[in-house]
Design a protein around this ligand. Structure first.
Ligand code: BGP
Length: 469
């Protein structure tokens, strides 16, 4: 029997835009996603899981099922409908109510300030490619620290700077839907890391109570053939795009030689450039030891092969297994034909990848203080049988990854919690409502919640902390 540490957080994760609905209610400002979903997808964010009205139900369920932490994000445009300037009191009040309710239920709120949903007014002006928006973000963060500070223990600046850059400017599945523009990918990564560093510095300089950190999506990249130098290089370059560049910015406060050499190689093959000032680097450097925690979101690993043809990326948004394509000129291509189980959306299930990633953080970035695995979970086309949902594959998935975390802890990593994505079913940004992850099934017509088999399993786990060996 494996036992996770006492005081381990057995959490559940959500995000404002994917859960709340009420996208135009009580003075909320528009976000770029409102328009982007209308124009490009077959679903929208209404009513999502109606968390705006049903948060007491979800928090009660969390309590009943032993979920002792919840990741929620604040929708920037509920507080500042235009991103800055006038404050919307109803929005401010809403998050007071949610935080108070969570605490009443003994469910610790971990608050994210930005989970993909920049106000449309600022997104239109270039999102984080526009440096003015860095200052607007810092001011919004300051407002939140002062408004909610007394009662929030855990703050996260950004959720997944990496996938924001990739989704917005490489794959084009996030607004504004630009593809294959590496200059914008890395500039977005850098500018958002700068916004993070400025916010962390402000948090510490002003002595706000609680802890602050950042959540990175770290998927592990392996060479398809470890003996082939082209495959090894492909894995390295992919890792720089998605992981190493932002980890360097977070914990080294500089981009290492190898990182910049890789970035320049990618620019040479695909075009693009990056603007970084000395002042930017000073700020990153001053913030590098101020992160109280690192959140790791981890869902999959990738196997890479060298590739020099034209760039071509196809995103599997429908769950038709085997339809994904991902090849980048001078970088590499993802190999899907490997002997590893995967979800219907072609995400490779490989718990060892999480172990390796945690160990990598420990070794390469020893000034990390502690880790929470802030998202992990399995998309599954749940079948609803008279209120019973047997999602055994999801249980196996979560158990496998928790064992990897247990092993990492045994081997010296400081991991203090796990948040399953997602607490209840929410919609998926680029896949819609049939890509379910929740412990609680949401009937999106009636908004009724039903505990899945995984919820009962998680409850037992949270009670005992024990994993089957
Ligand atoms: C992460 C996001 C979440 C969530 C999850 C699952 O990148 O932080 O918001 O959506 O991935 O991804 P998807 O919904 O694309 O399956």
């Amino acid at each position: 029997m494996l036992k996770l540490p006492e005081d381990f957080i057995f959490g559940g994760a959500t995000a404002a835009y994917q859960a709340e609905g009420a996208t135009a209610k009580d003075g909320k400002g528009r976000v770029a996603w409102d328009t982007f979903l209308e124009e490009n997808y077959w679903f929208n964010a209404e009513p999502a899981s109606d968390f705006y009205n049903r948060y007491p139900v979800d928090l009660k369920l969390a309590e009943e099922f032993g979920v002792n932490g919840i990741r929620i994000s604040i929708a920037w445009s509920r507080i500042f409908p235009n991103g800055h300037g006038e404050v919307n009191e109803k929005g401010v009040e809403f998050y007071h109510k949610v935080i108070d309710e969570a605490q009443k239920r003994g469910v610790e709120p971990f608050i994210t300030l930005h989970h993909f949903d920049t106000p449309e007014a600022l997104h239109k002006e270039g999102d984080f490619l526009n440096r003015e928006n860095i200052e607007h973000f810092v001011n919004y963060a300051k407002f939140c620290f002062e408004e909610y500070g007394g009662k929030v223990k855990y703050w996260t600046t950004f959720n997944e700077i990496g996938p924001i850059g990739d989704g917005q400017y490489l794959v084009g599945k996030f607004p504004p839907g630009i593809k294959y523009d590496f200059g914008k990918v890395f500039q977005s990564h850098h500018n958002m890391m700068l916004a993070h560093a400025k916010t962390v510095k402000l948090f510490k300089e002003n002595g706000y109570p609680g802890e602050i950190g950042i959540v990175h999506a770290l998927q592990t990249k392996y060479p398809h053939d470890p003996n082939n130098p082209a495959d090894v290089r492909a894995a390295e370059l992919e890792d720089i795009i998605h992981n190493k560049f932002i980890l360097d910015a977070t914990f080294k406060g500089e981009y290492s030689k190898g990182t910049m050499e890789g970035v320049n190689h990618i620019f040479d093959a695909n075009g693009g450039s990056l603007t970084i000032s000395d002042e930017d680097m000073d700020i990153l450097y001053e913030a590098k030891d101020l992160n109280d925690f690192l959140g790791i979101n981890h869902y999959m690993s990738d196997w890479m092969r060298g590739y020099d043809g034209e760039t071509e990326i196809f995103h599997n948004s429908t769950g038709d297994e085997g339809t994904s394509a991902y090849r980048i000129k001078g970088v590499g291509e993802k190999v899907f034909d490997v002997d590893v189980p995967r979800t219907d959306w072609d995400w490779m299930i490989y718990p060892q990848g999480l172990y390796d990633q945690i160990m990598r953080v420990m070794e390469e970035y020893p000034n990390y203080k502690k880790i929470y695995v802030t998202e992990n979970g399995m998309a599954y086309k749940d079948e609803f049988n008279d209120g019973e949902i047997d999602d055994q594959p999801r249980i196996d998935y979560i158990e496998g990854y928790l064992k990897a975390i247990h092993q990492a802890i045994e081997d010296g990593a400081n991991v203090q919690g796990y948040f399953v994505w997602s607490l209840m079913d929410v919609f998926s940004w680029s896949n819609g409502y049939n890509k379910r992850y929740g412990l609680f099934y949401v009937d999106f017509e009636t908004q009724e919640r039903y505990p899945k088999k995984s919820a009962y399993w998680y409850k037992e786990l949270a009670k005992t902390g024990e994993l089957k060996g």
